[in-house]
Ligand binder design. Structure first.
Ligand code: ATP
Ligand code: MG
Length: 404
């Protein structure tokens, strides 16, 4: 088996080897290369200790040096070079509490989570595959390295990772591995929300986001995403999930819309997602079920209430929702609505206070006292302009909205 290593990776491995150390590309990049997926990043594992790695390369960053990881910079690109290690118990972060360096590649591969993630490769040795990762790739199976119960007891996050890789690759989880998840799912509650949402996000953004249902069958979602278990119509939610673009706002929206805005926001806060994702998903869910219309003034009002960019997302979401719910008539009506909204945008119609021909300052200059009144007048002007875009001139708005 031949894998073409990127030039930088080849350089790092060759240099380490020239100085008498072992070095391999390892983990996800080897797995992805075998499957013909483009690896997200290339990690390197080596017998050299971190301080020895640092001596051999001009620019390095101590990313996780206490766990053996040094980032080697090649131009703008960084490569994580990690010393062969044996892990202690994991804490609530990416790294185990304590690690022990070893000079044995086999020990390093043994600590890795799944067989498909436990392969190493370099040009001189080819693929090192001690746990039949290649066989599991052929069988399309996610299987723990070693005893699943032990591995999940060391680090409970691995249970969610099993579903994540299963969703990304479309693989089944091996029976013994799945049984161990069912038994130990409750222990995921010990894991930090940040680690949990990182994996959950990857499931939602994968080709098989509906594998969330697998996580549910295994008892994982009860712990990490209990809202999912409360959905009245999971089938439509999952159909919608698959149809929508791979963006977090759409995909969290697809799962949570049935619960309404308030609960959606609460669930996403609980998961400690970033504010942008929380706010936008809340707005999307809030707009769900909006009136379907061919009335341009109403469309402008709807768009104004959530903002033009969000409104485009809402139109897409609603269209896919009706398609998922097999209501083609409503879906087609939404296509029409989308076309009308495009015309509104092309026409440059005013949708926000910012685009209004009159500003707060104009009103102050006209003698209105700064304060609530200004807001009220601007709002009535915007209302008028949303109904009739031609009214967006200073003269018209002053003549018709100011009665001084
Ligand atoms: P991705 O494409 O998402 O980056 P990956 O396989 O590279 O997938 P990472 O989370 O980047 O996954 O981890 C890199 C490698 O480190 C894994 O392939 C695996 O060998 C090992 N690994 C990561 N997290 C764990 C863990 N919690 N327990 C055991 N091994 C792990
Ligand atoms: Mg990776």
């Amino acid at each position: 088996m031949y894998i073409k290593l990127p030039e930088d990776v080849d350089y790092i491995i060759t240099r380490l080897t020239e100085y008498g150390y072992e070095a391999y590309a390892v983990g996800g990049c080897v797995r992805d290369s075998i499957i013909c997926r483009v690896p997200g990043d290339w990690d390197i594992t080596t017998s050299a200790k971190p301080w020895e790695v640092k001596k051999l390369f001009r620019r390095t960053v101590d990313t996780g040096i206490e766990h053996g990881t040094v980032t080697v910079m090649m131009g703008n690109e960084g490569y994580e070079v990690t010393t062969y290690r044996i892990d202690g118990e994991y804490e609530d972060s990416r790294h185990p509490k304590n690690v022990e360096f070893t000079s044995n590649l086999g020990e390093d591969l043994k600590r890795r989570d799944f067989t498909i993630n436990a392969m190493a490769y370099n040009y001189s040795q080819g693929i090192v595959d001690m746990f039949d990762g290649k066989g599991d790739i052929e069988r399309k199976i996610i299987r723990c390295v070693g005893n699943p119960e032990e591995r999940f007891t060391e680090d409970a996050l691995r249970m969610l990772r099993a579903v994540r890789f299963s969703a990304q690759l479309g693989y089944e989880i091996a029976e013994e591995t799945a049984d161990a998840v069912k038994k130990l799912a409750g222990t995921i509650s010990k894991i930090s929300k940040e680690r949990i949402h990182t994996e959950l996000n990857k499931i939602l953004l994968s080709d098989h986001p509906d594998y969330l249902m697998k996580a549910m069958e295994l008892g994982i979602t009860e712990i990490v995403f209990s809202a999912l278990n409360d959905l009245p119509d999971k089938e439509t939610a999952m159909k919608l999930l698959i149809r929508l673009p791979k963006e977090l706002v759409y995909r969290y929206g697809a799962v949570l819309f049935e619960l309404g805005k308030k609960r959606t926001v609460a669930v996403l806060r609980e998961l400690k997602l970033d504010n942008n994702t929380i706010d936008n998903t809340g707005r999307l869910v809030d707009m769900h079920g909006m009136e379907i219309t061919e009335d341009k003034p109403l469309i402008r009002h709807q768009a104004s209430s959530c903002g033009a960019a969000m409104y485009e997302m809402v139109l897409r979401f609603e269209y896919e929702f009706y398609m998922a719910a097999d209501d083609r008539n409503k879906a087609m009506a939404l296509k029409k609505q989308e076309a009308l909204f495009k015309e509104i945008l092309e026409n440059g119609d005013c949708l926000t206070l910012k685009e209004l021909a009159v500003t707060g300052n104009d009103l102050i200059e006209a003698g209105i006292h700064p304060g609530k009144e200004i807001g009220n007048i601007l709002k009535s002007m915007l209302d008028d302009v949303l109904n009739t875009p031609e009214h967006n001139t200073k003269k018209y708005l002053f003549d018709n909205h100011l009665h001084i």
